[in-house]
Design a protein around this ligand. Structure first.
Ligand code: HDE
Length: 692
């Protein structure tokens, strides 16, 4: 009986026991890659019951061949990312400034795809690394794809693209040992940046809370470079792009970030997925700083230097459009991995400046796609394909899927149909801005790029005291991980040029003497005014909407209070999740049960923006003996969180060693819920005297 199925497979494995089954399971018939229907998906073809597999087994080879080649190289930087689809809507038409298609009429909608990322870590690294976040937006316009490949920090480490491979080698895991993963806190990174004072301004941002965002939804994005807008008459202006989160800005604290990475390494991607999936669609306003040559000439710094910003207080950001993310990806590989961004993807109305970093990027992004995606035809992949007609005489190449019909495959030709194939449009087609450039060819850093410290100082002074403390802590944490003391000394010498107080505080935390200040090409300016727009805490949300409350419940929790808290927070647009001693249903005092979202050992308070402690007295005594419950409370306290305090949580508080302060709000009765949710809009109780 050679066709008898072996009894070791279950009916489900065999595709039996299904009412549709007539050799077909669940509607679709499984086939090989070439469409041959499979008769058995569980067993390879063998000689006898226990014999060797036959080379003839084409189905096995078809499947294994494909599997063996599933991986493509991950991105050399920004390998870990997460994406979503959305729409850009024009709020303020600006045809006078640019002929870029998305901005020609108010209400105009343009399909978009966004990929957020960390920079240094590999694809499987944790989301809460201290790192810059990529903020890359592809806009599928009717005049081609426009990619704005930006970051959540408006400046960069280096001024010239030729230094990029050095920077990336230095920050990635060290080549002789293979660590650390997704961390700048190691010798090679600090060695490099301490020798490259141009990175100082970026370091201030990277050591600030900008580098540990609470969520992609709560961070700003920046085009970084100066670009050009060009209108229909060919007139051009300079422009810098800004994405402003309508959710308000928010970051976590460092000790919390470390713990989130353990509790939920996918914290950021899960957050974005959950928000979109629940209909709480994240939005950013797209704003521009537009300026002319005269402004550029008068401005304190060179607008072509990507280590400098133009403060919003000097040149306000004008909002012109709104981006809404409304659809999660269907397939991470097809979309998140295969999306190919490039600064060179511009459309009529957008042009480049001479920023030497941007010029270099225009080469690198196209080049890297061939390595990753393996074919010059990557633009034909659905996520990369323009939504407008594509017509040219580019031919063939690996994986060509365009039906390139007709006889003429060159331009000009007289054979391809009536219109003789596509021709350039000298009137409406892309025209590069005509620029007068002259001068000797030289490898030189312009003198106008020489000030490396003044804006770093301005950034530091524009932070609140709390944020300044975080910057001091971050420099100290990272430099304490550096093994070679000469690197720490060199970095402290650089920091003295930023601000004496910053350098002294970092030195104190490292228990090191302050070295002489480093030699600086130009003296640090002390006259730059503070820029409040640079602070996260000064630009937080107006409410707790979009944030998450974690409610600790046990058997016997007061139903009235639990319900009131849930309805107050959900009414404010927040998400409420329940944490209990175990994942099974909890019986409430006052009747009914509640199904928790987390068991306490898998639901630490670092996953929430605020917490409510609503155990029964017995539940609190029971939890008091559990380390995970003690951490739940003591971490919430240490991370400056607002805590709603039920009437019976005393035993747990005592076990956690926490004395309630003004950041603890009474939740003794259902009536207290509204005050608690209103207070939670401030997100943290920074006055708490604790350093996380
Ligand atoms: Fe990138 N960068 N970069 N970068 N970058 C890449 O392109 C590069 C820079 C940014 O989600 C790579 O497709 C050079 C600044 C983002 O797919 C690569 C220089 C900014 C992403 C590359 C820079 C960025 C990348 C790696 C110095 C903010 C992820 C894989 C001149 C304005 C895009 C890839 C995504 C990715 C090169 C500096 C943002 C190698 C040479 C400045 C958001 O081409």
């Amino acid at each position: 009986m050679p066709n008898k199925r072996p009894s070791t497979t279950t009916p489900d494995q065999r595709g039996e026991g299904d009412e549709l089954h007539q050799g077909v399971k669940r509607g679709e018939r499984m086939t090989t890659a070439t469409g041959t229907p499979l008769g058995d998906g569980q067993n390879s073809l063998k000689v006898g019951d226990r014999g060797p597999t036959l080379l003839e087994d084409f189905a096995f080879r078809d499947k294994m061949f494909h599997f063996d080649h599933e991986r493509i190289p991950e991105r050399v930087v920004h390998a870990r990312g997460y994406s979503a689809h959305g729409t850009l809507e024009c709020l303020d038409a600006i045809p006078d400034l640019t002929r870029a298609a998305p901005f020609q009429s108010r209400g105009k909608k343009t399909e978009a795809f966004v990929r957020f990322s960390t920079v240094a870590g590999n694809m499987g690294s944790p989301d809460l690394a201290r790192d810059v976040r990529g903020f890359a937006v592809k806009m599928y316009t009717e005049e081609g794809n426009w990619d704005l490949v930006g970051n959540n920090i408006p400046v960069f480490f280096i001024q010239d693209a030729t230094k990029f491979p050095d920077l990336v080698h230095a920050v990635k895991e060290e080549q002789d040992r293979g660590w650390p993963q997704a961390a700048s806190a190691h010798d090679t990174f600090w060695d490099f940046v301490s020798l490259m004072p141009e990175s100082t301004h970026m370091l201030l941002w990277a050591m600030s809370d900008r580098a540990i965002p609470r969520s992609f939804r709560f961070m700003e994005g920046f085009g970084v470079h100066t670009y050009r807008f060009v209108n229909a008459d060919g007139d051009d202006t300079f422009v810098k792009f800004h994405w402003k989160p309508r959710q308000g800005m928010q970051s976590v604290v460092w000790n919390e970030a470390l713990k989130i990475n353990g509790a939920d390494p996918d914290f950021h991607r899960r957050d974005l997925y959950a928000a979109i999936d629940s209909g709480d669609l994240p939005q950013w306003d797209l704003g521009v700083q537009v300026f002319d040559e005269a402004f550029a000439d008068e401005f304190d710094f060179d607008v072509l230097d990507a280590t400098k910003i133009i403060p919003e207080e000097v040149l306000p950001v004008r909002v012109i459009a709104r981006l809404t993310l409304d659809r999660v990806v269907d397939n991470m590989f097809a979309e998140n991995e295969q999306v190919a961004f490039g600064t060179h993807n511009v459309i009529p109305g957008i042009d480049f400046s001479n920023d030497p970093l941007l010029q270099g990027r225009n080469f690198s992004y196209l080049d890297t796609q061939l390595k990753r995606l393996g074919s010059t035809n990557f633009t034909q992949l659905p996520v990369n394909a323009p939504r407008c007609p594509v017509r040219h005489f580019q031919r063939d190449g690996h994986m060509q899927t365009d039906p390139q019909i007709g006889r003429g495959n060159y331009e000009p030709n007289s054979l391809t149909g009536d219109d003789r194939g596509p021709r350039a449009d000298v009137v409406q087609g892309y025209q590069s801005v005509m620029r007068q450039e002259s001068g000797p060819t030289r490898r030189l850093r312009a003198a106008s790029f020489a000030d490396h410290y003044s804006q770093a100082r301005q950034f530091f002074l524009s932070q609140t005291e709390v944020e300044q403390g975080h910057i001091v802590d971050a420099f100290s944490f990272e430099l304490a991980k550096v093994e070679d003391p000469r690197i720490r000394t060199r970095m402290l010498a650089n920091l003295r040029n930023v601000h004496e107080d910053l350098a002294q505080r970092v030195a104190d935390k490292l228990a090191m003497p302050l070295p002489e200040a480093a030699e600086a090409a130009v003296p640090t300016r002390t006259d730059l005014p503070e820029s409040p727009a640079l602070s996260i805490l000064l630009n937080g949300p107006e409410s707790f909407a979009g944030r998450k409350l974690g409610v600790l419940v046990t058997n016997g929790s007061d139903k009235a209070v639990v319900k009131a808290v849930a309805s107050a927070f959900e009414g404010a647009g927040a998400v409420v999740e329940y944490v209990a001693p175990a994942i099974g249903p909890v019986k409430l005092r006052g009747g009914g049960t509640l199904t928790p979202d987390h068991a306490i050992d898998g639901g630490p308070s670092v996953l929430f923006d605020a917490v409510a402690l609503l155990p029964s007295a017995d539940g609190a005594s029971d939890l008091a003996g559990r380390a995970s419950a003690q951490d739940f409370v003591s971490d919430a306290f240490a991370h400056h969180k607002l805590v709603g305090l039920g009437a019976d949580a005393g035993a747990l508080l005592a076990a956690a060693g926490v004395e309630p302060d003004e950041g603890f709000l009474d939740l003794a009765s259902a009536d207290d819920a509204d005050v608690f949710v209103t207070r939670c809009a401030s997100l943290r109780f920074w006055d708490r005297d604790v350093r996380a």
